[in-house]
Design a protein. Sequence first.
Length: 542
Amino acid sequence: MTDPLLSVRDLSVAFHQGGSTALAVEHISFDIAKGEVVALVGESGSGKSVTANSILKLLPYPAASHPSGEILFKGKDLLGVRPEELRQVRGNDITMIFQEPMTSLNPLHDIERQVSEILHLHQPVARGEARKRVIELLTQVGIREPEKRLGAYPHELSGGQRQRVMIAMALANRPELLIADEPTTALDVTVQAQILELLRKLKTDHGMSMLFITHDLGIVRKIADRVCVMTKGRIVETGPTAEIFANPQHAYTKHLLAAEPKGEPPLVDEAKPIIIETQDLKVWFPIKTGFLRRVTDHVKAVDGIDLKLKAGHTLGIVGESGSGKTTLGLALTRLISSKGRIAFVGSDIQGATFSTMRPLRRQMQIVFQDPYGSLSPRMSVGDIVGEGLGVHEPNISEAERDRMVAEALAETGLDPETRHRYPHEFSGGQRQRIAIARAMVLKPKFVMLDEPTSALDMSVQAQVVELLRELQAKHDLAYLFISHDLRVVRALANEIIVMRNGKVVEQGPSRELFSAPKEDYTKALLAAALNLEAVKTPTIHQ
């Protein structure tokens, strides 16, 4: 056997705060051979990213330390090298792709400058030669018309394009090892499939090794040669990917494999009343050009949508980023202006004034995608959940308000005693339960769920889906469930609308749409979500 390219031996990582020390990683070991893809799998907080950041010493030292272990890259211990030696390794021999490309790219620099910067840092290269190499890299990662993208800034690119730019930066100096830390978590399923296909191709073409970090075992099955399963800072199981999936040994591995949202939505009861209904709903944003800023065209974010949602039913809205899903939800809740009929519990609310809409607000609630960003860090959980009561039930006593908050927290699976704590003291799944409790405390009839599980681990996703089912059955809630994750949608939605470029591509009962999709775009979405190998990069709109 040849020596491994990377060898992590007995590695521990400790974090020090005040007088206390916490071990985030405890005595882990694994190897990566040349040309091999090793997946490090586990839920949030398992120590995956801490391990990856340790390889390039990206942790906040001296707050972080390594009580034991070594990280050998081509035989040299990276934990012991001088800073100038490590700088030669970073971005040259070993590169890293992070989870959220928008926060990893500099918003003040254009794409050409950001990609060429890594070239100039590690090799003497003329400006013209650097530009040629940047165009070559952008072409290699599938950016269309790269010459036109050189002057673009990160906010002008889609999520998939930004991630491709990050990959181009990582490949600039032809590294031997690529560390990919949750590179597809924030992406649509079709874009996710494209990125995985691209990484597979690059690995084959360049003989590059890869450490792939994820909590999604569905992705691991498609890209990894070997898997290391991690929980609570320890590697509990490791082996070839096929063996791990076919015959998992550790209880935690079995738990991860069984974590995908399961079950089917409740049977449709056609006798239930209609909660919300639209006819020819449109949201067009004007495009103004010229000195006089005249309207010359429109962005048709939502373009003629008809829908009907009954009590106790869930309508799933699926499609890629930019398809108009969230805009549709915001129009239904009258948070943005639109044209066309919107009827809520039988009343036309399209022309309703602010004061007319106010009493209806308690009956239509929203749960947002990011459970941390949607909760105020300065407010306690009790204040967050009870804030709506202060608006819609101003005359109730403080004791009654506190009772209702405690009841809502208990109903969503949280200890009512936690209402005195703050959002940063909770996990992602718990924060999303707080956001759901904030909606439920007002006893709504309609809840818009905007990607409520996309930022969560798969096992936590399954728990949140089960909670939403229970609340729907108990309160006869109507859900508008917006998501790009068709596995979650299949478990919750009675009916599905597939959107693209503001229009309905296909619409129908969930079971029919999953078993026999009619449109090519729907087939591509299903292939990307349920069988990633079925989707090839050129076939899907970027």
